[in-house]
Design a protein around this ligand. Sequence first.
Ligand SMILES: Nc1ncnc2c1ncn2[C@@H]1O[C@H](COP(=O)(O)OP(=O)(O)O)[C@@H](O)[C@H]1O
Ligand SMILES: [Mg+2]
Length: 306
Amino acid sequence: MVDDKRNPLSEINTAYQTRAPRHVLAQDVVLTERTHRQISECIALLRFHRTIYDEWDFAAVDHQGSTAIVNFFGPPGTGKTLAAEALAGELEMSFLPLTIGDLESSLKGQMSKNLQKAFRRAREEQAVLFFDEADALLGRRISVSQGIDSDMNATRNTMMTELSAHEGLVIFATNYARDYDDAIKSRITHQVTFELPDEAARLRLWDRFIVEKIPLAVPRAELLAQAAAGSPGLSGRDILNCTRRALPRMLLDAERAEMPPRLDFSHIEAAIAQLRLGTGGSGQAAKPKAAAGEETTIAGHLLGLQ
Ligand SMILES: Nc1ncnc2c1ncn2[C@@H]1O[C@H](COP(=O)(O)OP(=O)(O)O)[C@@H](O)[C@H]1O
Ligand SMILES: [Mg+2]
């Protein structure tokens, strides 16, 4: 029906480019112990999956099982996108990331076709297909009489069809797993729950972002411990944003005081305070209450697992 090479899709073909993963799990992704355990197990199982379905061709008798569907669930900024790319790297596969925006089109019916194209590209290039903000795509199918976009429903149906026919690895990432359509939920083979970093993970995140060459006013271990203790409720992305913000501030202060620049906890603290006021970052850390709940996992609750 659609001529693959000469259709309106060519305008957005660049959105379906696979790439070699740029992040390494052990090195670049800081996870809580619990999430780390889950993702390691997931990777181990996916390796077996490849042996069983690809090398031994078990797919010939179990079509449905030849697609592994991983769901990354957790608050924004906790490293889901980062980890998905690193996971592709662990499996020595390329990576094809997509958001709903990459699939959307003003042309009626085009979204389904774009989705088909993405799946095809992933198969051709043996890429891990990653759907960011998947809840927008996988939410319950709603009757058109309720006024919901019929294109979206069609796209969801296409997603089910494509998942059934696919042979490969698909990762979904979402902050709102509960909203998934039941049909999709039942197809998820691996679940990894991301959570806000605990103090130990925050310490490693600060350590990662306060790169070595940044001049410090106090011993590194001391500064990192202060930063980790002073940032409950912040996500990895928030910590990156705070560091981004603290550095120019520190330089400016030093310039004004005509002193050499040295990072100390006050710069970090100011950046955290600013973030909590909602003037930067994901906004998620703006609510100090998140600190109290940092050890519990909202994720589990939302999934009905706890
Ligand atoms: N767990 C983490 N480990 C290392 N860096 C992180 C982590 N979480 C967030 N970051 C930083 O924040 C950025 C955005 O995180 P991202 O992976 O997009 O989060 P999510 O997909 O969960 O919203 C990352 O590119 C990285 O720089
Ligand atoms: Mg993301």
